[in-house]
Design a protein around this ligand. Sequence first.
Ligand code: ZN
Length: 581
Amino acid sequence: MKRIVSLVLALLLVVGLCDTAAPARAATGGKLIALTFDDGPGPYTERLLDGLKERGVKVTFFMVGNRINRYTKTVARAYQEGHQIANHSYDHSNLANLSAAAVRRQIQNTNALLDPICGAGTDYLVRAPYGSTNATVRTNVGAPLVLWSVDPEDWRDRNATTVKNRVVNRARDGSIILLHDIHSTSVTGALAAIDVLLDQGYEFVTVRELYRRRGVAMENGVSYSSRGPNGTDLGPVTAPEFSDEAVDGQLQVTLTAQPGASIYYSLEGPELNQASKRYTGPFTVSTPCNVWAVAAYDMNGSRSEVVKKTFTYPTAKSPILQVTDGTLTLKGRTEGTDLFYTLRTAGSQEGEKQAYTGPVSLTPGTEIAAWAAGEGYLDSAAVRGVYSDRGNFFRDVFPSDWFYDAVDEAVQAGWTAGFAGEEFLPRQALTRAELVTLLYRRAGAQVTQAEIDECPFRDLVKDGIFRDAVCWAYAREIVNGYDGLFRPNDPISRQEMSKVLTLFLVSQGKVLPEDAGAVQIYSDAKSIAGWALPYVEAATACGLLQGSDGKFLPAGRTTRAEAATVLTRVTEAENRLPDRT
Ligand code: ZN
């Protein structure tokens, strides 16, 4: 007795080791049968598939190539439902009577019709019509050759009960049974036989699976007619398992399967085949989404059921970020999440991630990134901002932007007051009213009531900074509008801007350089309007505006970011140009 106990323990130990170290699974000792259906697809194949699906049974179809195009939907259904699709020649010729090249054509033409359904790269077992083979066939099919061990001669009697009885009586563990789904009686008889054999404890598998389960590798050109029990049962292919983890605000999906099995997956739908995406490691998804996956030793006949997993992780909302007088405050918008932030100062790397516990004092020149994260949520998108070198707060201007310093200076000087705040909108087109307002602030001017009274434009909002600036500019002949309209919200063109900038310098008492011909450096000089020509020449000579790739682009627009840099050039010109005496 004691010896038996220790033997059992030793066995348990071995089994335990095998489970983790080897692909082999514990033997289950199932009784296996491979039903095969030849000469289809045909008009009864769908009924057979219905019956097989109802019973959870997988079989192998040896299909005749020239029938496939009439039944592509049926073939696709058989494949998708996990049955094995195999090759029964193109036109049911006796392959043993054919040349090597003709044998190859019979096989390859059929494979080519199956590939669009099963996916390029699929291997198809071959059954030669009549089981007729010779050396030429064996060396040219390029696949294992499948025969049978039970032939109920279903094509001869056409009697469902006879078919059923012969299948039931002759079935053994490991049998390959020959049937034909082009006969209605064979379909009925086969389904009846399946019911009896299921009750007797048989498990129905594809031919590929019969050999895999029994640990036998099938070889091209070799014939196989049955595989009785040999002490090995590697067990069925189990479906892959999903696990997921939120990583950097995205959901990372990991799939696992039995050792040696491949995993195929899709985010589009359940129809997977050999050409589907093959899992090579964790991947990220946006939620919500569905992922379908299947584990396979061979997608054609040796695979698990397709399993679907729905990922519905919500994403946390970004926090509200505010900077007031150099103090950062964050406010969460998703309950159950915590807030985090990083700070980065000029020239340094992104700082360490810190948990937000209350207001934070900032030093000028600090970039801020903040987000929300929590159990059961994907991290929110980061919200960003800059507490600038001059103590301004921007949400859309960063030290890495070429215009950062010019914008920071313009805002700090108060030139953008009234139309630019935390959102500077640097890439938005500068309007006519905005340019005039920049210059009005820049001049530190005050409009007078008389100037407002004499201002002729009907399309200015009654009060406010734009009206004051435009009326001030009109009084100094910097702008003149269009027949009583100023069109304040129109983007200003570069030639219009040349006029406004040069007339501004004149109003400031400056003498402009006389430099007729300065525009000749532009390849598009001819497209500058006649009225604008002297202003573009002066603006070019003063260095206020420069071309781009040798062109002036007179009708081109200016962004608000570019306007900030133009203002610094206006300052340089003012310092350089002589005063009118
Ligand atoms: Zn046949």
